[in-house]
Design a protein around this ligand. Structure first.
Ligand code: SF4
Ligand code: SF4
Length: 431
């Protein structure tokens, strides 16, 4: 290992790219750098680095951690944090709560993720009012770091370390336990599978998955352990279907999204070792991930389209997809403009500068929520799920507008109709 990474994402990516023997050696070197990270940074990067090590090391290798912890200042932040996480994982809840208390005595961390972990341990030992206090703190916290750059750094570092066909495995704390149990069984995760812990398994969605594919991941998996409400895996499976349809239509062969339902290490081992790499994008994206999910998804799709083996103009998607168009039946539409007010995304517009009522639509903004369809008093709107990659999808197009009656035209039309009535006979209607 020529250099020892100190950034958390770089740590887990670099370790993931190594085989089991080299991984232990590298992890030992990284453990020795934690105090430096602790000196340099306040909280989150240190805790993320600790998490990265815990994720990458098999949990039965506590000897490495114990050796390191025994030789260091017990009250140092990395020691306390690692001891708290290890004690919690081992079910030693009182000890875990004690380490957390010592870590944040008098100064609760300004980090929602850490506060949630802390609150969970406090609730587990029955200190509910303390747990509620930590939760209140967590709700007031803004995430101190962006999750997206972490995904980007992970993939870039993994590739730089020689890793290929990266598969990001998103999981929550319950998933982390199953992953660690799999590590204890010996086989662990395949080297190309990089675990990424989230506070909830559904915290990352289609924007993150497509962003990861644009940044060069071969595939993305989400681990459902059965501890979450059943609606979450169901919703994730549906969303993954849309994302996979997009990737397949663009010619990226193979399966890019996987929902792994695994409540125990044996099930996870079977699922994760059965994953096959899919075709990744030729050149990883360099765009800056936006805080707006819709923008991120659009940037990712643009990049995947730009390098697609089979670029598309329109991709048909299954019902419920968050991309699509609407059609307005002009014969039924009275241009009441109720749908304009109902659309939460500003996808339907009127035209304040126009002389006559006009209904316009920007497809790229439509999330197919169906509110316009439900609001229309004339049942004039129909939704069609699809992804338009045409440039026009970002421009307003006219769905309906009032016809302009020039004075005199109306009389002319009435006159023509009278003439028609005068000329028509019953014979004209016979077969
Ligand atoms: S589509 Fe329906 S809601 Fe929208 S303007 Fe026409 S009639 Fe009104
Ligand atoms: S489906 Fe939703 S987002 Fe799309 S135009 Fe209708 S109200 Fe707007």
């Amino acid at each position: 290992m020529p250099s020892v990474p100190t950034a958390p994402a770089a740590i887990s990516a670099a370790l993931a790219a190594l085989d089991a023997g080299a991984r232990l050696q590298a992890a030992g070197a990284m453990l020795d750098r934690l105090d430096e990270i602790a000196d340099r940074d306040a909280n989150r990067p240190l805790f993320e680095s600790c998490d990265a090590l815990l994720e990458a090391l098999p949990r039965d290798d506590t000897r490495t951690l114990d050796r390191w912890l025994a030789g260091r200042e017990p009250a140092s932040r990395p020691s306390l944090y690692l001891r708290a996480r290890l004690a919690h994982a081992a079910g030693q809840l009182t000890a875990a709560a004690g380490h957390w208390d010592a870590l944040f005595r008098g100064t609760p961390p300004a980090d929602a993720n850490v506060l949630l972990l802390y609150a969970r341990v406090l609730a587990d030992v029955g200190r509910f009012s303390d747990a509620a206090e930590r939760l209140r703190h967590a709700l007031r916290c803004r995430p101190p770091y962006s999750f997206y750059p972490r995904v980007r750094t992970l993939l870039a570092t993994y590739a730089k370390a020689g890793g290929r066909d990266a598969c990001l495995l998103f999981h929550d704390a319950a998933g982390a336990e199953v992953i660690h149990r799999l590590g204890r069984r010996g086989k662990g995760l395949p080297a190309r599978v990089i675990p990424v812990e989230l506070h909830h398994m559904a915290a990352a969605g289609i924007d993150t998955w497509l962003g990861a594919l644009a940044y060069g991941a071969s595939d993305v998996a989400v681990l459902a352990t059965g501890t979450e409400a059943p609606q979450y895996p169901e919703a994730i499976a549906r969303q993954m279907g849309y994302a996979d349809t997009i990737a397949q239509a663009l010619g990226y062969q193979g399966r890019h999204l996987h929902l792994l339902r695994a409540a125990d290490a044996a099930a996870l081992e079977a699922a994760v070792w059965a994953l096959q790499p899919a075709l990744p994008v030729r050149a990883p994206a360099t765009f800056h991930w936006s805080a707006d999910k819709r923008t991120t998804a659009a940037l990712a799709i643009e990049h995947l389209q730009a390098h697609a083996p089979t670029p598309q103009t329109v991709i048909a998607l299954a019902a419920g997809a968050p991309f699509g168009t609407i059609a307005v039946n002009r014969d039924a539409c009275t241009l009441c403009l109720a749908c304009v007010g109902a659309c939460p995304e500003g996808a339907i517009l009127d035209h304040p500068a126009s002389e006559v009522p006009q209904l316009r639509f920007i497809e790229s903004k439509c999330v197919q929520c169906g509110l316009c369809e439900a609001t229309c008093p004339e049942d004039a709107i129909a939704l069609t799920p699809r992804l338009s990659l045409a440039a026009e999808a970002k421009q307003p197009r006219v769905l309906n507008e009032a016809s302009i009656l020039i004075p005199g035209d109306e009389d002319e039309e009435v006159e023509k109709f009278r003439e028609f009535l005068d000329e028509v006979t019953p014979e004209d209607f016979k077969e």
